[in-house]
Design a protein around this ligand. Structure first.
Ligand SMILES: [Ca+2]
Length: 336
């Protein structure tokens, strides 16, 4: 993904919607669809492999370049199947709620056949977060014992916080060696663990994935990550989840040596772009017209185009984007 390109598109959308200049939009950039980079990736979070395969032709027709899919490994089983089970692996077998190994491979082939790339979500910082159970593919595991894969000595037992959970995000050692919400933290600094993780990633690469979204990277020392990824036999696109919005000792810049990083401050930056409303010309527009719509949940125009709420910008600089408007809903405005 080229995030700066996507940002440009978002800012352009603001201009098109309002006619007011977006902060930092600047000039240049593509002006026609043909000029746009073919690099937009959609995250089909929680979709099963068969459904992703079926969707790829439609994505290709719309110009999408790739799909990020959910983690593929065997995971914990929890009543109700909450989303986070995918992020608690118990083995590196490619058999999950989303489908088995054959379905995963078929998905990659189907998407490649129409020119859509597949990006795998790789969970490598940790294993499960509870005492034990039976995994989706039948593996009987306990918190620090995953048969044939990891034993207790393959995990960090940081000994820094009583229960070994991360308490202080100002402590690099806690963040990277203690447990994230009780998730058994792999000793990624050891040769053995690095080898097993690399073998898992190599398996995904051998099936044809085009890239890896690496989960929970802030919790893995950059040197460990580089050592693991350096073992891959083929170069693939790598992008790291590093939740860095400032104020912590571990920053996303530490990880750019082994891949790109997901910029979690991006949303804040987009929000800041909307501050156009505080400029004199656009403030007048906002006061005299309608508030910007907030997706489908905040509709400010009525079916017949009358009785829209009157909105004006707030002068409170600490307010969130949507709090920056003081609105009096019209009598037939639809707010849900
Ligand atoms: Ca860790």
């Amino acid at each position: 993904m080229r995030l700066h390109r996507f940002r440009w598109l978002m800012l352009s959308a603001v201009v098109a919607l309002t006619g007011c200049p977006a902060v930092g939009a600047g000039g240049g950039g593509p002006t026609t669809r043909a000029e746009l980079p073919h690099d937009v990736v959609v995250n089909l979070f929680q979709w099963n492999w068969r459904s992703v395969a079926a969707e790829c032709p439609r994505l290709a027709a719309k110009g999408y370049a790739g799909v990020q899919v959910s983690p593929a490994t065997e995971h914990v089983q929890v009543f109700g199947n909450p989303w986070w089970v995918d992020y608690q692996p118990v083995s590196y077998q490619l058999q999950s709620r989303r489908g088995d190994r054959a379905a995963y491979a078929a998905m990659i082939q189907a998407c490649h056949a129409v020119g859509v790339r597949i990006y795998a979500d790789a969970v490598i910082n940790h294993m499960a977060g509870s005492d034990g159970g039976r995994g989706w593919a039948g593996t009987n595991w306990t918190h620090y014992d995953y048969p044939g894969l990891y034993q207790s000595h393959d995990f960090h037992h940081c000994g820094l916080t009583g229960d070994d959970d991360i308490r202080d995000y100002q402590s690099r050692e806690q963040v990277q060696r203690c447990e994230l919400s009780n998730l058994a933290d792999l000793a990624t600094d050891t040769e053995y663990v690095q080898g097993r993780i690399a073998a898992y990633l190599e398996d995904l690469v051998s099936l044809g994935v085009d890239g890896l979204r690496v989960d929970a990277v802030k919790h893995i020392p950059a040197a460990d990550l580089a050592a693991i990824l350096g073992r891959l036999s083929r170069k693939v696109d790598i992008y790291h989840e590093v939740i860095d919005k400032g104020g912590e000792p571990i920053g996303m810049g530490e990880y750019t040596g082994s891949g790109r990083v997901l910029v979690f401050s991006y949303g804040d930056q987009v929000g800041s772009a909307f501050q156009w409303v505080r400029s004199p010309g656009c403030a007048a527009w906002a006061a005299a017209s309608t508030a910007p719509s907030r997706g489908s949940s905040w509709t400010t125009t009525t079916p017949n185009g009358t009785a829209a709420p009157r909105c004006s910008p707030s002068n409170n600089p600490d307010a969130t984007l949507w709090q920056r408007f003081s609105c009096s809903p019209g009598p037939t405005a639809n707010r849900s």
